[in-house]
Design a protein around this ligand. Structure first.
Ligand SMILES: C[S@@+](CC[C@H](N)C(=O)[O-])C[C@H]1O[C@@H](n2cnc3c(N)ncnc32)[C@H](O)[C@@H]1O
Length: 244
């Protein structure tokens, strides 16, 4: 972490929603810049793992500006029939809607304002679900996982993308310097937000290890969890099946 900077990692919903609302206008640009474009590949991989066939209704939790939702409807590897994107940050959703309209997908992506721990949708509504870089921000991730299990039909797939830390000697130190020192500075400069990009590495540090998160999935309604390390473990993809 930057020396002398104290970062709050409070996950209070109003704080998290407010933070994303205030960086929303720079969110996509910073994502692509700070990940040198890899974020698109990570989302594409998550959608591929859902093995979509054109008949699925898919939930995109913590949809933000809807990049993952759009990927699920445009992926050359297989597409959803419809996507419902849920998020509690109104400005992220507003910009997501602009993007969806521009892409001509307004009749197939529906955005809903709501909280991951109290999803305002019926039981067994979806054939697949996904969340990219959202679960780390949820106050009680186990509740969100139980909500995923509730809204999925038995046997349906869930794909979760979340940041991790590489465990490869040599890469670990360099990445930690980038993620905890350089990224917060660049993020602050471009987003003009005081601590959103310091919160990012701090929240990743607090997030359960890949092994612990995989256990959380199996303890809360999912079976056959597969953990895939992407880009040296900078990101992990968890693919799980709703228990029957
Ligand atoms: C880092 S962004 C990820 C957005 C998008 N999934 C992507 O891949 O770019 C995290 C998003 O999660 C949303 N979020 C965080 N906690 C949430 C919760 N408890 N309920 C609903 N949305 C939440 C935030 O508002 C924000 O839009």
């Amino acid at each position: 972490m930057e020396r002398g900077v104290v970062v709050s990692t409070s996950k209070a919903p109003a704080r998290i929603a407010g933070m994303f609302d205030s960086i929303a206008h720079r969110y996509d640009r910073l994502n692509h810049l700070l990940s040198v474009g890899l974020d698109r590949r990570w989302r594409a991989r998550a959608v591929r793992e859902l093995a979509l066939t054109g008949t699925e209704d898919v939930l995109d939790m913590c949809t933000g500006t809807a990049d993952l939702a759009v990927e699920a409807l445009t992926s050359p590897a297989g597409r959803a029939r419809d996507v419902v994107g849920v998020d509690f940050a109104g400005e992220m959703l507003r910009l997501g809607l602009v993007k969806i309209r521009k892409a001509g997908l307004a009749d197939r992506i529906h955005l809903v304002r709501g909280d991951a721990t109290r999803v305002p949708l019926p039981d067994a509504r979806f054939d697949a679900a996904m969340v990219a870089f959202g679960i780390r921000n949820v106050l009680e991730p186990a509740h969100a996982i139980r909500e995923f299990a509730r809204v999925l039909r038995p046997g349906a797939r869930l794909a979760v993308l979340e940041f991790g830390f590489p465990r490869i000697p040599g890469i670990t130190a360099a990445y930690r310097w980038y993620f905890k020192s350089l990224l917060p500075r660049v993020g602050r400069l471009i987003s003009k937000h005081g601590d959103a990009y310091s919160y990012l590495p701090a929240s990743v540090e607090q997030f359960p290890s890949p092994e612990a998160f995989a256990s959380l999935l199996t303890q809360n309604g999912f079976a056959s969890v597969r953990t895939v390390s992407l880009t040296f473990g900078i990101v992990y993809l968890y693919v799980a099946t709703k228990a029957r």
